[in-house]
Design a protein around this ligand. Structure first.
Ligand code: SF4
Ligand code: SF4
Length: 291
């Protein structure tokens, strides 16, 4: 194993956030097979601890952290959201007008992932979805003319990765099942939809600082979002039943899901969380009387 690699892998840029490959930098396009894959296509690949390139893919990379990645890693490390973000993450905005995401912070001196060890990934059963998918990427497209999103997979082929030379063949869907990404994709559904919809609106659409902050908070810090929900007029302004309120009070996963569904309501009028018209009218009347 060699950790001193100069591979400039860019896995995050090709996973989930960059469905339009024409927007990608040349060095990223060069490692992506242009053929879109379905779940039924065949992948020739195997990764195992005895392989010559073991751990080479865990340095000099940018790994995007989805909301469910963060929940799993935090639980594994027994850290609060604040502590995890401070130590292991950094905010990143792909381009003007887009929503900010959390990226894994690599070691500044070595460029290594903080979780890589000589024996492999120290958080393997809770590793991020980007690491699980590799050497595949998932692209999501939002079509204005149709309802919902379209998705496809694609192959990332980097010279240093010897897994492509292994004889094992399996279907893309079998790889997804084997790597445990199906559950991750389902749990990140609201988050992915928000990013894709926002991206489809283009860079010309401005994203206010307040919206960016809410999105980053909803995606990364359920503890802080909980304070916002329970220590403001939120529960008056929106219809939140008792059962949901109790669930989001205790459960970070439920809180994250709720926060992102609320953002979909605010941004796109998806009506996932319904407003309380009487309370809104009352608040407006109070505001009017005070001014
Ligand atoms: S989280 Fe694990 S698999 Fe992913 S880059 Fe770090 S060490 Fe490698
Ligand atoms: S085969 Fe590819 S994914 Fe596996 S350790 Fe080697 S570089 Fe990483």
């Amino acid at each position: 194993m060699s950790n001193d690699t100069s591979n400039n892998s860019d896995r995050d840029r090709v996973l989930q956030l960059d469905p339009d490959m024409r927007d990608m930098p040349r060095e990223v396009r060069d490692i992506i097979s242009p053929k879109p894959l379905t779940g039924q296509d065949t992948l020739q690949f195997r990764c195992h601890p005895g392989i010559a390139c073991f751990n080479q893919c865990c340095s000099h990379i940018e790994i995007l952290l989805t909301p469910y990645d963060l929940l799993r890693l935090r639980k594994r490390l027994n850290l609060t959201a604040e502590a995890f973000l401070f130590q292991y993450a950094t905010p990143y905005t792909m381009s003007k007008g887009q929503l900010p995401v959390a990226m894994m912070r690599m070691d500044e001196e070595t460029g290594r992932c903080p979780f890589v060890t000589a024996e492999g990934c120290s958080v393997y059963s809770d590793r991020p979805v980007t690491c699980r998918y590799y050497p595949l990427g998932l692209a999501l497209l939002h079509r204005q003319q149709t309802t919902g999103n379209e998705s496809f997979y694609f192959l990332i082929k980097e010279d240093f990765c010897k897994g492509h030379q292994e004889p094992q063949q399996l279907q893309v869907e079998a790889w997804r099942q084997d790597q445990g990404v199906v559950d991750y994709d389902e749990k990140n559904r609201h988050w992915m939809e928000l990013i894709v919809k926002r991206r489809s609106a283009g860079d010309a659409t401005s994203t206010s600082l307040q919206l960016s902050e809410f999105f980053y908070m909803a995606s990364t810090n359920p503890e802080k979002f909980r304070q916002f929900v329970f220590n403001s007029t939120f529960l008056k302004r929106y219809q939140v039943d008792k059962e949901t309120a109790e669930r989001i009070l205790k459960d970070d996963e439920a809180m994250t899901d709720f926060a992102l569904a609320w953002l979909k309501t605010v941004l796109f009028g998806d009506q996932e969380i319904k407003v309380n018209p009487e309370a809104i009218a009352e608040l407006k009347a109070k505001k009017g009387a005070a001014s």
